[in-house]
Design a protein around this ligand. Structure first.
Ligand code: PHE
Length: 450
């Protein structure tokens, strides 16, 4: 079948698109509340270690696999397996990634909907003068209304699938140019504000003073899982973006910029949030509603707060949108490259499936709150934990093993094009440190469950 593969216009569009995939609700919504739920600084330090020792090397690996194969993850891995004389069954790794992406999007879209609904709330000035109790009540009211949640989940899905249907390089990436820097800028305003009214030193201590007594195996697993989630690793998003990448771009350099920007953004948001949490006597372990309960208090008090809040939630929605697109792109690329089904039809069908699963997530915040699936987790928690702490790290582990032990080193090096010394460092990280780390964390957890 002849088929045109599109490519990024230049290295910046790739960097921004991949940064757009990485930067999203994971940084702004998830990291802050996970820090609180998992005991603060110990979690943060383990998370940073996971980014450096596992995330960065594996991001390089995913990009190099994508660029070498020039195909969607499933066929791409198959092609590389053939080239390496390895079993074709490796391709199922690509299939696992697709399913992971669909499961993630089904809850990601519901949270994206929360953000969309907060844009209107911010613009209408409803945060003005809010205190902690009112803000919590306001958020709980949103959760208690399945219809409102469903409406915004639907809008978010339509926005996402609308872009995917036209192709990921249809122009959206140009918007990244302005919007990612804008997100950083507004974050700095927020940080400055929460530094002046919040308790920044308590926040700093909470996030960075090393206290390993609070670390639990579940927290370590969550930190590892979140390193994958935050960098969009372990399911093929970065691989499919790498497959549209030209040959002359340095994979290592792009990875380091993207990973640093992503991590920094999450940590800065965390600092801003906890300064507000401690100054307003809120609970650091409030869970998934944390930013939706704390930020309105700050925005409601600062000068021009409604305007800044509106801009803030618009930028967050945008960041979530560009991540959501990357969650489905591997599957759509696979359908389009293998069947006669058009991009539009494939997108519509897939969107409907994800939307339907998302409805059960909507209910898990109200009517089905007490419906548990495994280990006493509700539907949202089950999908979140299953994907972040099991499927993504498992996908990453297999990707590392495939590239490190099945592909020829010379082929890997053709893509990475590193100095001899740096290449050895990558081999050490990809072949030894990352796999041992992931397996170690899994084993540690099995011991606890038994
Ligand atoms: N990295 C995205 C975020 O932080 C989420 C994501 C995970 C996107 C996996 C693609 C793949 O919000």
């Amino acid at each position: 079948m002849t088929h045109h593969r599109s490519a990024w216009r230049n290295r910046w569009t790739f960097m921004l698109a991949t940064a757009g995939s990485a930067i999203g609700l994971g940084n702004i919504w998830k990291l802050p509340y996970m820090i609180g739920v998992n005991g603060g600084s110990a979690f943060v330090l383990v998370f940073i270690a996971c980014i450096f020792f596992v995330g960065i090397p594996l991001m390089m690996t995913e990009i190099l696999l994508g660029r070498r194969a020039q195909k969607n993850p499933l066929n791409g891995i198959e092609t590389l397996a053939i080239e390496a004389n390895a079993s074709r069954h490796w391709k199922y790794l690509g299939g696992m990634g697709m399913i992971t992406g669909l499961l993630i999007l089904s809850f990601y879209s519901v949270i994206g909907g929360w953000v969309l609904s907060f844009i209107g709330a911010a613009a209408s000035g409803s945060f003005v003068g809010m205190d902690g109790t009112q803000s919590t009540a306001n958020f709980n009211q949103l959760l208690a209304s399945p219809l409102t949640l469903l409406f915004w989940h639907t809008v978010f899905m339509i926005m996402t699938m609308g872009v995917v249907a036209r192709g990921v390089n249809s122009g959206l990436e140009k918007a990244n140019n302005i919007l990612i820097p804008a997100l950083f800028a507004i974050l700095l305003i927020l940080l400055g504000y929460s530094m002046s009214v919040g308790d920044m030193s308590a926040s700093f201590r909470f996030m960075f003073s090393p206290d390993f007594s609070k670390i639990t195996p579940v927290a370590v697993l969550s930190a590892l899982g979140h390193a994958f989630f935050s960098l969009s690793l372990g399911m093929g998003s970065v691989m499919v973006y790498g497959s549209y990448l030209q040959r002359d771009v340095s994979i290592a350099r792009a990875t380091i910029y993207i990973a640093l920007a992503d991590t920094l953004l999450g940590l800065l948001i965390g600092l801003a949030i906890y300064a507000l949490v401690f100054a307003n006597q809120l609970a650091p372990n409030a869970g998934p509603g944390l930013i939706f309960q704390t930020l309105p208090i700050a925005f409601g008090q600062m000068p021009s707060g409604s305007l800044i809040a509106t801009l803030f939630f618009i930028l967050v929605a945008f960041a979530a949108w560009t991540s959501a697109i990357s969650l489905v792109e591997p599957t759509i690329a696979w359908v389009v490259e293998n069947t006669e089904i058009s991009r539009k039809i494939a997108t519509t069908i897939l969107g409907l499936i994800i939307w339907l699963i998302g409805i059960s997530v909507v209910f898990s915040f109200n009517e089905w709150q007490n419906v548990t699936i495994i280990f006493g987790l509700n539907i949202f928690d089950t999908l979140d934990k299953l994907t972040s702490t099991i499927l993504l790290p498992l996908g990453g582990l297999l990707i590392a093993i495939f590239a490190g032990y099945f592909m020829k080193n010379s082929h890997v090096q053709e893509e990475l094009n590193l100095h001899q010394w740096s290449f050895k460092v990558w081999i050490l990280m990809n072949n030894v440190i990352a796999p041992i780390g992931i397996i170690g964390v899994f084993l540690y957890l099995f011991k606890i469950i038994q």
